[in-house]
Design a protein around this ligand. Structure first.
Ligand SMILES: Nc1ncnc2c1ncn2[C@@H]1O[C@H](COP(=O)(O)OP(=O)(O)OP(=O)(O)O)[C@@H](O)[C@H]1O
Ligand SMILES: [Mg+2]
Length: 260
């Protein structure tokens, strides 16, 4: 790599604009010296610095085991810790002086304004969470759960390769129960391979010439990681149905659980 300078910046700004004194007095970091001291602390021991702030500024349902796991190129922070962002933003302030303080000041295009205190915002959040809960929202990783559906739909399509056009159909249903939501994917294909049902979720089990046999293994792992269950069976009128169950948000781990 060349060390030659190809771009010269002519815009050098060295002026400093100090904030008004009364503004600075109310700020979290009140002076340049305070900022420099923080910076020095952070660069001397980044892990200790962030651990100190995480401890003093946030509420943890479970404290972390390791501040940082750094296995290049992967960095994991606060490994083993349990935290909820909504609880930190809202709930924990409800028992303090902030309860009746403005949490959100909204101003619309036409100049109309609306102010919500922490308490009012919490009520609104709970109301909205309740709507989501009624719609069957569960705790989960959207991308991973999307992958589950994609893998199951792909299998359903493969299974229907020989199905006449008029019968070729995939039906995806969701059903909200008292504590769980169930998603089912039903096809009108060949049906599950006879006698091999117990092996469906085994790694490398495939009946397809080009198959790798890991689609359902991945599905099973993801559902396991979400503490859910997955099953499959043949339909009485042809084809197969796969369905999985996921539990609603557990208590204290998300807004929906606290909805009133
Ligand atoms: N909807 C279905 N209908 C009938 N058989 C199915 C269905 N879904 C899965 N299977 C059976 O389960 C086997 C394993 O599926 P899995 O998704 O794990 O691997 P695969 O589809 O063969 O390959 P890939 O790793 O590319 O997904 C399939 O080869 C097939 O025999
Ligand atoms: Mg597959």
């Amino acid at each position: 790599m060349s060390s030659q300078k190809n771009i010269e910046s002519l815009q050098i700004e060295a002026r400093v604009f100090p904030p008004p004194v009364d503004f600075a007095a109310k700020a979290h970091i009140k002076s340049f010296e305070e900022l420099e001291a923080l910076r020095a602390e952070a660069s001397a021991d980044p892990e200790a610095f962030w651990a100190r702030l995480a401890e003093s500024e946030l509420h943890w349902f479970k404290k972390w085991d390791d501040v940082l796991k750094w296995e290049p190129p992967h960095a994991q922070w606060f490994v083993g810790g349990k935290i909820n962002i909504s609880y930190n933003c809202l709930d924990r302030h409800l028992s303090t002086w902030r309860r009746n303080k403005a949490a959100l000041i909204w101003e619309g295009e036409a100049g109309e304004t609306r102010t919500l205190t922490y308490q009012q915002l919490h009520t609104e959040v709970c109301r909205f969470a309740n709507v989501l809960k009624q719609m069957g929202v569960v705790k989960g990783d959207r991308i991973l759960l999307g992958q589950v559906v994609v893998n199951l739909v792909r299998n359903a399509l493969d299974a229907m390769a020989q199905t006449p056009q008029t019968r070729r159909r995939i039906v995806i249903r969701s059903h909200s129960g008292a504590n769980t939501v169930t998603i089912s994917i039903r096809d009108y294909g060949s049906g599950l391979p006879a006698d091999d049902e117990p092996r469906l979720f085994e790694p490398y089990f495939t009946t397809k010439p080009e198959g790798t046999g890991i689609g359902l293994t991945i599905v099973h792992r993801i559902i396991d990681a979400h503490e859910g269950t997955i099953e499959a069976r043949n339909n009485s009128d042809g084809g197969a149905t796969f369905w999985f169950n996921l539990a609603y948000l557990p208590q204290h781990e998300g807004v929906a659980a606290r909805a009133t």
